[in-house]
Design a protein around this ligand. Structure first.
Ligand SMILES: Nc1ncnc2c1ncn2[C@@H]1O[C@H](COP(=O)(O)OP(=O)(O)OP(=O)(O)O)[C@@H](O)[C@H]1O
Ligand SMILES: [Mg+2]
Length: 246
């Protein structure tokens, strides 16, 4: 379970990013966070990973407050979390299988050889079997994203965070990535947060949709209610995303 309580962040310029932001995510929930550019969506994911800290408030992951943990405990907690970064963030000089095995080798003392079965399993899940020996530059942007996704899930994390998984991809590749996310949701009992601007991604991958507005989160919608919501702020945001809809 993830609980964000009364989160506040203000920059030295007095610009307020968050004011009393609250969010509860139960195990198994699939949520989406939407909102205009610069409203702080990626920052929320960084707070959950503990790579950035708010001014005040609690960020509880399974009861442990990320803002209070020592770095060793934070690293341990982070093993429960997979993150797909906006850019796939692969290591250029490592092969695809080395990239994907990296978290197992780095955090769990696996060798490449002993990781290979798991590597092949996640490659199959993302629909990229057989690319083991290729280098990142030999794959398209969308394929690299799927490799990033394979790397994020190889440790079988309890939580997975996707930052704009489909933004900037062509419609076919976008649908592919959405299919992979939906499939992962079915295969693994994972709790997921998707940050996205793309309507199809939001509607297909989440059961609950939260919008950042006025430095906090609005009451959540579901894929069904969001289409007919009375909330004009959400209405107008969704109309905007429709322009990008695939
Ligand atoms: N040191 C700082 N001083 C002032 N503002 C900052 C500072 N660091 C970050 N910000 C602001 O915090 C905001 C949060 O950015 P974030 O990347 O979380 O937004 P986002 O919702 O993910 O946007 P996008 O949709 O474009 O990815 C931005 O408006 C950024 O300008
Ligand atoms: Mg962002």
């Amino acid at each position: 379970m993830i609980e964000i309580k009364e989160l506040k962040k203000e920059f030295s310029s007095k610009q307020v990013l968050f004011d009393h932001l609250n969010l509860t995510i139960n195990s198994g929930d699939k949520i989406a966070i939407i909102g205009p550019s610069g409203c702080g969506k990626s920052t929320i994911l960084r707070y959950l990973l503990g790579t950035k800290m708010p001014d005040s408030g609690q960020i509880l992951i399974d009861g442990q407050d990320v803002t209070k943990l020592k770095s060793r405990d934070l690293l341990k907690l982070r093993l429960n979390m997979g993150m797909l970064f906006q850019s796939a963030a692969l290591f250029d000089s490592l092969s695809i299988e080395e990239n994907i095995a990296f978290p197992l080798i780095e955090n769990y003392g696996f060798s490449l050889e002993s990781s290979i079965n798991k590597v092949n399993y996640v490659l199959e899940l993302v629909g990229l079997e057989g690319v083991n020996k290729k280098m990142p530059y030999q794959l398209s942007g969308g394929q690299q994203k799927r490799v990033g996704l394979a790397r994020a899930i190889i440790t079988e994390p309890k939580y997975i965070f996707y930052d704009e998984p489909t933004t900037g991809l062509d419609p076919v590749m976008s649908t592919n990535i959405e299919n992979v996310i939906v499939r992962l949701n079915q295969v693994m009992n994972i709790t997921s947060i998707v940050v996205s601007h793309q309507k199809s991604t939001i509607l297909r991958t989440a059961d609950k949709i939260f919008m950042v507005h006025n430095h906090a989160l609005l009451e959540p919608e579901t894929p069904d209610t969001i289409e007919h919501t009375d909330n004009e702020i959400i209405q107008s945001f969704m109309r905007g995303t429709e322009l990008n809809a695939q």
